[in-house]
Ligand binder design. Structure first.
Ligand SMILES: Nc1ncnc2c1ncn2[C@@H]1O[C@H](COP(=O)(O)OP(=O)(O)OP(=O)(O)O)[C@@H](O)[C@H]1O
Length: 262
């Protein structure tokens, strides 16, 4: 089967030919419907990888192919969520969620013609993430965890085939984070969306992902690829089992080695 994301021998340098080499010979692929996680030492190029896949940066070497097409400009089949929800404070939560549809040319006409349908869809998404009835609140009336839930709705409103998550739960307390892991787990199971998650949190990666890519220190490349052996659906209780912690421990060792090798 053709992968949804294929990164092959990618080199990405910032700031011209003599600039900083962020990733080098980066190669990885993600199958359709798969949940992939990317972990690695700080500054190894994880966010760069996200920007390459979404077409925000075009590499100087190698190729990035998403859904069979070489990436040469921002990719519209992708939904993105970053660490900081960046909701517009003067718009209600619902209007923030609808924002991508106003911005992306392809959706704009449809939004105007079928507004009620999209509002219903946004409300259904809010319900899925446990925010039923909060659409008319402004972002500043929501807690950090609630804003991040709304942020996920915004990333999903245009029904992307691919969801790119860059440290989306980093700023949250551990209970809220675990709640949101379950939200993401359920969204992935229900919608069959392909997900790439960049995270510092190894437990998060092992709990959520089918496959984990470990990156080297900068210039980043994949030094280990690990299939997560636990059956789905996964319960939070899994994190208290020895096998789970063994995988986390081994990954931690790989990253420590990568840092030492730097
Ligand atoms: N726009 C840019 N211009 C110049 N250098 C950049 C730019 N973006 C990132 N870098 C550099 O490229 C390297 C990789 O950065 P990137 O943000 O991809 O790493 P990361 O693995 O996501 O880091 P962290 O884990 O700390 O979030 C870093 O050394 C960073 O300073």
């Amino acid at each position: 089967m053709q992968p949804l994301v294929a990164i092959e021998h990618v080199d990405m340098r910032y700031g011209g030919p003599e600039g900083l080499l962020a990733v080098q010979d980066l190669t990885l692929s993600v199958a359709k419907g798969e949940f992939a996680a990317v972990v690695g030492p700080s500054g190894c190029g994880k966010s760069t990888l996200m920007k390459l896949v979404t077409g925000l940066y075009i590499p100087q070497g190698g190729s990035v192919v998403v859904a069979g097409e070489r990436v040469t400009k921002p990719v519209s089949i992708v939904g993105m969520a970053f660490q900081n929800p960046t909701m517009l404070p003067w718009r209600t939560t619902l209007d923030n969620i609808l924002l991508p549809l106003e911005v992306v040319q392809r959706h704009r006409g449809r939004l105007r013609a079928h507004k009620a349908e999209y509002v219903a869809k946004a409300e259904a998404l809010l319900e899925t993430v446990g925010l039923k009835g909060f659409g008319q609140k402004f972002p500043w009336q929501l807690s950090g965890g609630m804003q991040q839930r709304a942020n996920l709705c915004r990333a999903l409103i245009h029904e992307p085939d691919l969801l790119m998550l860059d440290e989306p739960f980093g700023a949250l307390d551990s209970f809220t984070r675990e709640e949101l892991w379950c939200v993401i787990r359920d969204l992935h199971a229900a919608q069959g969306v392909t997900i790439v998650l960049v995270t510092h949190d190894l437990r998060e990666a092992v709990f959520l992902a089918d496959r984990i890519f470990v990156m080297s220190s900068r210039p980043g490349r994949v030094i280990e690829e690990r299939k997560v052996p636990f059956a789905r659906p996964r319960d939070l209780e899994l994190m208290y089992e020895k096998e789970f912690n063994d995988v986390v421990h081994e990954l931690r060792g790989s990253i420590a080695d990568a840092r030492k090798a730097a």
